[in-house]
Write a protein that binds this ligand. Structure first.
Ligand SMILES: *[C@@H]1O[C@H](CO)[C@@H](O)[C@H](O)[C@H]1NC(C)=O
Ligand SMILES: *[C@@H]1O[C@H](CO)[C@@H](O)[C@H](O)[C@H]1NC(C)=O
Ligand SMILES: *[C@@H]1O[C@H](CO)[C@@H](O)[C@H](O)[C@H]1NC(C)=O
Ligand SMILES: *[C@@H]1O[C@H](CO)[C@@H](O)[C@H](O)[C@H]1NC(C)=O
Ligand SMILES: *[C@@H]1O[C@H](CO)[C@@H](O)[C@H](O)[C@H]1NC(C)=O
Ligand SMILES: *[C@@H]1O[C@H](CO)[C@@H](O)[C@H](O)[C@H]1NC(C)=O
Ligand SMILES: *[C@@H]1O[C@H](CO)[C@@H](O)[C@H](O)[C@H]1NC(C)=O
Ligand SMILES: *[C@@H]1O[C@H](CO)[C@@H](O)[C@H](O)[C@H]1NC(C)=O
Ligand SMILES: *[C@@H]1O[C@H](CO)[C@@H](O)[C@H](O)[C@H]1NC(C)=O
Ligand SMILES: *[C@@H]1O[C@H](CO)[C@@H](O)[C@H](O)[C@H]1NC(C)=O
Length: 822
């Protein structure tokens, strides 16, 4: 999901917006410099959690363990889906334990159970509990974060810090001297303002507040609710003494009531709507400077929330929990080791920050599944938001180094089919979310099957079940395909998703017919790959045929900027419905045009123009070249696409486009293009992402660009580019393999937007374990990272000499590719 509209403006504002302490960047830069000579570096020291917290990156810089269900962050007013943003004009309403990272929901997601520290000089009854009364600005340029740690200081000098385990954590508050600490705990306010009833109980003897209720989706039908519960322990094992306590309710129109000594709230949904304000208020005896709260979270019950806090935090100190989290992060981050001495500092910082976010989500809620998933024996991950974003690079990156974690998430996808009949697409907040392109989960589980079919059983995955789940998505039309599956009835009947079709048996929003056809076709390719793997010959033929349905939305007659042939939506009688290919591109100045999920998006494409989606045939680019008029036209059309400004770096369907030159046998041009894309769109600053991170879809794309690789999803093929680092090693501890890629002739001067004359960067020769590879444009996971060993990529400054594959082109279905599965 992207929100392209205000990108440029926000980038310019960033200098004013950077709210992290200048200490953060200084610390990271120092660590990178020092690490050049360290043998066992602390990789967490290279991570900048604030990248993507501006420019609508929607990254959560909060404290989390890898895949943590709990992510502590502050919640701010205005557009802030992840809670935190850098904009200093926003107000902070509290710090809370549940967040997602990098999702583009306009509503925001989670933010339940926030705590706000207060000073109330005139006592309990005068405390500013209501949202608008308690909100405060930050103390400028003091925000801090590192893997496992988050801190922010309010403009009244109260410092808030947090660290976490999977389902629990500690919040530490430091008050100015001589102030009596007060706290609000909020029952009824979450970021999407979705409270649908709940209860709160104060046990003053135990010093425990239990709280829980029903809340709504951040990106799905508003009629569904999920349950969430928290358990706050207030006494730090007896080191802190409670003074006053009670409950409160409020609104903006006169209601500001407090019940000193009352211990119970039981509130129902406000059917009239609007913000609901209610919670607990309590204070501590004396004027202690620091107060530590222990928080447990559960999606099952308050009892389980308390048990999670007991078992995961117990009586550990803040420093102990932080050290434990940091160590988990180091284990994740060292799966890919860069040559720290030879890599430009910005590359190191961008790379490890990306790798960090690529393990921040989805949220591991195993043991916490509710509703249809309640009691499941499978792993359970929340926030799969959205598969359309993550199948292209996020899971392929994981597949290189973390098959165990990948298999657990694949288990969740298959379990979704078991429980609901189709695999999840944009499931989040424990609820179904809106489908974007179809059942993109197909390309996630098929990628897993292609990479790990030999080890699937040991990884806990039954390939036959995986295949059944794929066939359900591909063949069975759900009655309602806004949240699960696809509109396959009409797609199969017509060979494309027709515009304005009479569908008498299923319901869904009748838009995006062009892009849905293109995505359905690639999903069919994923199914075809697994059919081939499992020897299901009939299915393989059927799905191979369907994966070529992209041709049915190609209108050869459309011309734009002198280029002929574009993808277009089409009526059921076969007539194309003309839409200007520039509509919804960055060059479209029409602000009233709907381009996303809106019902009045009549353009035929999702979050893209036809100029952009017309490149989207990752499995058959060879034939697309023919459709577009041959290699020369294809190349000049690609150049024009970028030069004229139709390319949207932050949009997932465009991920593979800069490498399109490979398919026309001009790989050196892809190298140039990727350098440009990286330097135009990514940086180490809060605005350093081109829009939403999309659950690190963007971060993992950047990681691949920096490593000089690009994965073709649902295949084991990787396209070869020019690394931004002289050397790196990828460890796959499940396969017991380590692969070191060395760039022979690496020139740090080539790591800039335009590779200067004379700087070696173009791929001349690639060897794997001493043997030259057949083509310098692509190689296969099974020949490289699966085996482990030494890869040498020799680069040259002679662009012309390197501007061909020196062997076969990357594969395409129509030109005889993808005949076998490895
Ligand atoms: C690292 O070691 C090299 C020699 O091996 C030396 O030239 C360089 O100054 C050292 N760098 C730092 C940051 O200590
Ligand atoms: C809350 O009130 C409802 C009725 O409004 C009641 O059914 C429910 O049991 C109460 N819950 C608790 C925990 O007191
Ligand atoms: C590294 O990042 C800083 C901060 O954005 C920027 O000023 C600098 O130009 C970058 N350097 C390189 C080599 O990219
Ligand atoms: C998820 O949590 C379960 C239960 O603690 C654990 O077994 C599993 O390894 C975790 N997986 C990841 C990827 O965090
Ligand atoms: C796909 O199958 C249909 C129906 O059998 C056939 O008409 C069509 O030519 C096939 N398409 C391709 C690309 O093989
Ligand atoms: C197909 O249907 C559309 C929409 O009803 C109509 O505009 C077009 O003329 C039809 N084409 C043919 C060939 O009948
Ligand atoms: C802008 O887009 C809207 C919605 O598609 C359309 O009705 C309107 O005619 C367009 N305006 C211009 C100037 O093209
Ligand atoms: C494009 O070039 C490649 C390699 O040079 C060649 O194999 C292929 O046939 C060409 N494609 C077209 C459509 O001309
Ligand atoms: C990796 O090594 C361990 C320990 O030697 C062994 O148990 C395991 O089977 C190996 N894994 C694979 C995939 O070969
Ligand atoms: C590539 O490297 C191999 C192994 O060093 C060598 O045999 C081969 O000649 C090289 N090819 C080119 C084109 O440089």
């Amino acid at each position: 999901m992207v929100s392209p509209k205000h990108l440029f403006f926000l980038v310019l504002l960033n200098a004013v917006n950077a709210q992290q302490s200048p200490e953060v960047q200084r610390r990271i830069s120092d660590a990178i410099k020092k690490a050049a000579n360290q043998s066992n570096p602390d990789y967490t020291a290279f991570v900048n959690p604030f990248i993507g917290t501006d420019n609508d990156g929607d990254v959560c810089p909060g404290a989390s363990i890898p895949f943590g269900m709990v992510k502590f962050s502050t919640d701010m007013t205005g557009y802030a889906p992840a809670g935190y943003v850098t904009d200093p004009t926003r107000f902070i309403r509290g710090i809370s334990p549940l967040h997602d990272s990098g999702t583009g929901s306009s509503l925001g997601t989670y933010g339940n159970f926030e705590v706000m520290p207060l000073v109330c000089p005139n006592g309990f009854q005068t405390c500013t509990t209501r949202l608008n009364d308690r909100q405060r600005h930050r103390k400028r340029n003091t925000d801090d974060a590192s893997p496992g740690y988050f801190s922010q200081t309010l403009d009244n000098d109260i410092k808030m810090e947090a660290t976490s385990t999977r389902r629990a954590g500690l919040e530490r508050f430091t008050f100015p001297s001589n102030s009596k600490p007060y706290f609000v705990i909020d029952l009824a306010n979450d970021l999407p303002v979705s409270f649908a009833g709940g209860t709160l109980n104060i046990d003053p003897v135990k010093g425990r507040i239990t709280i829980g209720g029903s809340y709504g989706s951040s990106f799905g039908p508003g009629r569904y609710n999920y349950n969430a519960f928290a358990c706050y322990d207030l006494l730090e094992g007896g080191k802190q003494a409670l003074d006053e306590y009670g409950v409160w309710t409020g609104d903006n129109f006169g209601l500001d009531a407090k019940g000193l000594g009352q211990t119970h709230l039981n509130l129902s949904r406000n059917l009239f709507g609007g913000v609901y304000e209610s919670g607990a208020l309590f204070s501590y005896k004396g004027t202690p400077q620091t107060i530590t709260l222990r928080v447990g979270i559960s999606f099952i019950s308050t009892d389980q929330a308390c048990a999670n806090a007991e078992s995961e935090v117990g009586s550990s100190t803040f420093e102990q929990i932080l050290a434990q989290s940091k160590s988990l992060w180091n284990d994740r981050l060292k799966k890919i080791e860069l040559d720290l001495a030879g890599t430009p500092a910005n590359v190191t910082e961008m790379f490890y920050s990306s790798l960090y976010r690529a393990s921040l989500t989805p949220n591991n809620a195993t043991g916490e599944a509710q509703a249809e998933f309640f009691g499941t024996k499978s792993f359970y991950f929340d926030s799969l938001y959205c598969s359309w974003d993550t199948f292209r690079t996020f899971f392929p990156l994981m597949s290189l180094h973390s098959p165990v974690e990948f298999a657990q998430i694949v288990d969740t996808y298959i379990d979704g089919w078991r429980k609901l009949g189709w695999m999840p697409e944009c499931r989040a907040n424990n609820l179904p979310g809106w489908t974007q392109g179809g059942s993109s989960g197909d390309n996630i589980v098929s990628h897993f099957a292609i990479y790990y079919h030999n080890e699937a059983a040991r990884l806990g995955i039954d390939l036959n079940e995986l295949y059944s789940a794929l066939l359900a998505d591909g063949d069975i039309n759900p009655p309602e395909w806004n949240t699960l599956g696809r509109q396959v009835n009409v797609y199969k009947q017509f060979g494309f998703v027709p515009f304005a079709v009479l569908d008498t048996s299923s319901t869904g929003r009748q838009t995006r017919e062009g892009s849905r056809t293109l995505e359905y076709a690639f999903e069919d390719f994923g199914i075809r790959q697994v059919a081939l793997l499992l020897g299901k010959t009939d299915d393989e033929a059927r799905y191979t045929n369907r994966s070529l349905f992209y041709r049915n939305v190609w209108d050869p007659s459309i011309e734009s900027d002198g280029f002929k042939g574009f993808m277009q939506k089409r009526f059921s009688n076969g007539t194309f419905s003309f839409q200007d290919p520039k509509n919804c591109s960055p060059k479209d100045n029409n602000d009233s045009r709907a381009c996303s999920l809106q019902s009045n998006n009549v353009n035929g494409f999702y979050e893209s123009s036809s100029w952009e989606y017309s490149w989207y045939v990752p499995h058959d680019t060879g034939h697309l070249i023919e459709l577009m008029g041959g290699n020369d036209t294809f190349i000049s059309r690609l150049d024009h696409f970028f030069d004229a400004g139709y390319y949207l770096a932050g949009n997932e369907p465009s991920f593979q486009t800069p490498i399109g030159y490979h398919y026309a046998n001009q790989p050196a041009r892809s190298v140039d293009r990727v350098r440009q894309v990286v330097f135009d769109n990514f940086d180490i600053i809060p605005a350093g992402l081109p829009g939403n991170d999309d659950q690190a879809a963007m971060g993992s794309l950047l990681a691949f660009h920096l490593l000089g690789l690009y994965p073709v999803p649902s295949t084991s093929r990787l396209l070869i580019l020019s690394p931004f680092t002289p050397k790196y090693t990828i460890h796959n501890s499940f396969l017991n393999s380590s692969t070191t890629v060395t760039v022979k002739g690496f020139d740090p001067k080539s790591v800039q937007r335009t590779i200067p004359q004379g700087a070696a960067a173009y791929v001349q020769n690639v060897t794997v374990n001493g043997k030259p590879v057949e083509s310098r444009c692509h190689f296969d996971f099974y020949d490289v990272f699966r085996l482990g060993g030494e890869v040498v990529i020799e680069v040259t400054a002679d662009k012309d000499a390197a501007n061909n594959c020196g062997g076969s082109l990357p594969e395409s279905l129509s030109t005889g590719g993808f005949v076998t599965i490895r």
